[in-house]
Design a protein around this ligand. Structure first.
Ligand SMILES: Cc1cc2nc3c(=O)[nH]c(=O)nc-3n(C[C@H](O)[C@H](O)[C@H](O)COP(=O)(O)O)c2cc1C
Length: 378
């Protein structure tokens, strides 16, 4: 890294110890669904090349796309990868090895779609805390069309089974060589369906008060901590916004934030990852961003995400102590060499929606990068 630019972006380019993982800088690739696994949900050689390119580009940490956790209702998208069958674990091992060989570090994101299933090869039935049809329409860029199905209410035994499947999935991730596991507790998927009063009308211990609505998050987090068993990191991604409602806020405001962040930390989480539309926005008139509140209430490392591919934004959120690490999705997709370019004073390529249109597949992104000459010269 050149001395001149090290001076310009001292926080972004400084190393950080995330648990036992030594990161060379503060940049993280945010999770991005790429619907490019094989039809059996097995990660491919193309995915290994995709993820290892971020490592060659200098990202401190890579978080994978949301990956399903069981052979029942968790799969949400066609050609989404899973971490359940031996072939899926072996496919991920190839991805992890190519990232490690390129000098990177990689965490698997676990995802249960709940009521937001668009395509599931195991069943036509969707499940959720309550039989409430999701708002909004399926995403066309993941091959979806029209309204979501009406889900069936999960029994308490089914909730226990889904929690247990997260423990097994986390153990599989460690077996595949991952440096850790992140639970997708954001953007409207199953944990958010439990947390949100509109989609959770249960009257048992999983519904009603915040303590009850948060129970699923806490049980899943504890299960993943058990599955990882000290052999890697365990964390959770959270957001207030949902794919159907970008402006959604937790009903109890800052007090909900305090409870959510402190309780999750008690389960043994190593980090929290806060996803917002604008990472730098102030939340609840608190003088802090949501990531900053997570950091203050939890006391554990926090990754912030949301328009942080603008280097000034990333430097500011780190410098002001609102976050420990900065994740970027679209910025990383547009330019997998973002950190190395920043370090030597080159401008990274900007995101263009065409690179995930009409579908968010790797084929389409790779073709776009080739046409637009996205490379890095040593
Ligand atoms: C193509 C695409 C796929 C995404 N898939 C996921 C996903 O699998 N899991 C997740 O937590 N967020 C997912 N997201 C959300 C991003 O991780 C991120 O929160 C959002 O794009 C805002 O960050 P940005 O401003 O850096 O793009 C996805 C975003 C994009 C553009």
């Amino acid at each position: 890294m050149s001395k001149a630019t090290d001076g310009r972006w001292p926080h972004i380019l400084s190393p950080f110890a995330l648990g036992a993982l030594e990161l060379p800088n503060r940049t993280v690739v945010a999770p991005m669904t790429r619907i490019s696994a094989d039809p059996e949900g097995v990660p491919t050689a193309q995915m290994a090349a995709h993820y290892s390119e971020f490592a060659r580009g200098g990202f401190g940490l890579i978080i994978t796309e949301g990956t399903y956790t069981d052979l029942a209702q968790s799969q949400g998208y066609r050609d989404q990868p899973g971490i359940v069958t031996p072939a899926q674990v072996e496919g991920w091992r190839q991805v992890v090895e190519s990232v490690h060989d390129a000098g990177g570090r990689i965490v698997l994101q676990l995802m249960h779609a709940g009521a937001l299933v668009q395509d599931n090869r195991f069943t036509d039935e969707t499940i959720a805390p309550s039989a409430v049809q999701p708002a909004g329409e399926m995403a066309a860029r993941y091959y979806g069309k029209g309204p979501f199905r009406m889900p069936r209410e999960m029994s308490r035994d089914e909730i226990k089974a889904v929690v247990a499947s997260h423990e097994t999935a986390a153990a599989h991730a460690i077996e595949a060589g991952f440096d850790g596991v992140e639970i997708h507790g954001a953007n409207g998927y199953l944990p958010v369906q439990f947390l949100t009063p509109e989609t959770n009308t249960r009257t048992d211990e999983y519904g009603g008060s915040l303590e009850n609505r948060l129970r699923f998050h806490l049980e899943v987090m504890a299960a993943v901590v058990r599955g990882v068993a000290g052999r890697g990191l365990a964390g959770m991604r959270l957001s207030q916004s949902r794919s159907s409602d970008f402006n959604h806020k937790w009903s109890g405001g800052i007090e909900d934030a305090r409870t959510i962040f402190t309780e999750l930390t008690r389960t043994g989480a190593d980090f929290l990852h806060i996803s917002t539309h604008q990472g730098l926005s102030e939340e609840f008139s608190s003088g802090h961003t949501l990531a900053g509140l997570a950091r203050e209430f939890s006391g554990i490392p926090v990754i912030a995400c949301g328009k942080l591919e603008v280097p000034e934004n990333a430097e500011q959120i780190l410098e002001t102590g609102e976050a420990d690490l900065v994740a970027m999705a679209r910025g990383a997709l547009a330019d997998p060499y973002w950190p190395r370019k920043l370090a030597c004073g080159e401008d990274p390529v900007s995101f263009d929606p065409e690179m995930i249109s009409p579908f968010a597949t790797l084929d389409i992104t790779i073709a776009w990068r080739a046409e637009n000459g996205v490379t890095f010269k040593e």
